[in-house]
Design a protein around this ligand. Sequence first.
Ligand SMILES: NC(=O)c1ccc[n+]([C@@H]2O[C@H](COP(=O)([O-])OP(=O)(O)OC[C@H]3O[C@@H](n4cnc5c(N)ncnc54)[C@H](O)[C@@H]3O)[C@@H](O)[C@H]2O)c1
Length: 436
Amino acid sequence: MNIAVVGTGYVGLVVGACLAETGNQVTGADVDEAKIDGLLKNVLPIYEPGLDHLVARNQSARRLAFTTDVASAIAGAEVVFIAVGTPPDEDGSADLRYVLNVAETIGRNMARETVVVTKSTVPVGTAAKVSDAVGRHARFPFHVVSNPEFLKEGAAVDDFMKPDRVVLGAETDHARSVMAELYAPFVRTGRPIIFMDLPSAEMTKYAANAMLATRISFMNDIAELCERVGANVDVVRKGIGSDERIGSAFLFPGPGYGGSCFPKDVKALVKTARDQATCLRILEAVEAVNQDQKHRMFEKLTTALGGDVSGARIAVWGLAFKPNTDDMREAPALTLIEELLAAGATVAAHDPVAMDEAARRLGSRVEFATSGYQAATGADALAVVTDWNEYRHPDFARIKQVLKQPIIVDGRNLYPLHRMTELGFKYYSIGRRAIA
Ligand SMILES: NC(=O)c1ccc[n+]([C@@H]2O[C@H](COP(=O)([O-])OP(=O)(O)OC[C@H]3O[C@@H](n4cnc5c(N)ncnc54)[C@H](O)[C@@H]3O)[C@@H](O)[C@H]2O)c1
């Protein structure tokens, strides 16, 4: 099939490359010239494991092309994916400007019967707006589909290639059969394609992210109570996660959820409810707990350093909002670093892949180290924010030697308490007793 994917960010690039990999003719179109220039040379704008090989292989096989000429990409396509951003507006609602702008461009430039697929995460009712925007200019029949994306950054290629399920909101037979054909190679092991109406598909995406965010905030709340009553959240997590009705995923306490999806999608769903004169009470609490949680590492560092971090030098391990990505949107490390700087501390940071992105956001206010050990050298405390594999089994003797004081504040509970006691660290984690 001839396919256009408009927007070549985290989602659009993965969708385009994976659809090309199964033999489709795909054009990725974006208004960002620098991004397209890079992609034409197989230079990716993001870090995503496995994606670089997929892009290079399919470009050289001439199944994958990139352009800034969005109009011509649309004109040649029988299926157009909208994969542009939907950032939060000031009131928390999803900003649909980019999506509707692309929809109008599709209407103006389509040159045949076209299936218009919204991949971006959009509030319920957006399909009708997309349909209006396309229809204002369309000279050919078109079919609007809502196809929310559930990939996880860091495992995006695998998630797209082997999805747990594919959700498709579609209301015509033509749309259903085209989309079923397109997704057939990805669901060969029997994973379901779930067809539904358009509003339900739009709601499914938000409900999924809201549920996952809820599990995280729930565990962060439980972790806080564990600290007060002397319980250990790690064993509590295992104790509840082995119950099949609960399951073990997304039960890890931490420094608060971040990234491009959970924070904005939770806010947008809360706003949708408010607009409908109702209130999602649980989700409002989920958001409030997360806001508090993002300050916890700073509070723990302050406690560890005797109530004042001014003049202290803090090593920060991990800047990306989670491992295996360079994405720093709403990353807990940003909250921590801003609080440390505002309180008069200096920060030496390390991340295996997100340092360029961090430098773009933080500039020279932070020192960037070439290794975790270099960041720790001369620091008054080490804060572990992102659970990259390379931070899981560090050389503790070396850390102790290079730190000015043997203090570790661990936002991911990476290290066993007994080990840290033996090694003589002052060690503060989440939902476990402090070794002070
Ligand atoms: N990142 C994720 O993990 C993820 C997962 C599932 C769903 N989503 C959703 O997918 C959507 C895209 O997210 P993302 O993380 O890929 O965003 P992104 O910011 O990485 O990419 C969006 C791209 O769209 C381009 N763009 C904007 N306006 C355009 C226009 N008029 N024409 C052509 N290109 C245009 C931008 O230049 C950018 O490259 C969002 O709605 C997001 O919520 C994201």
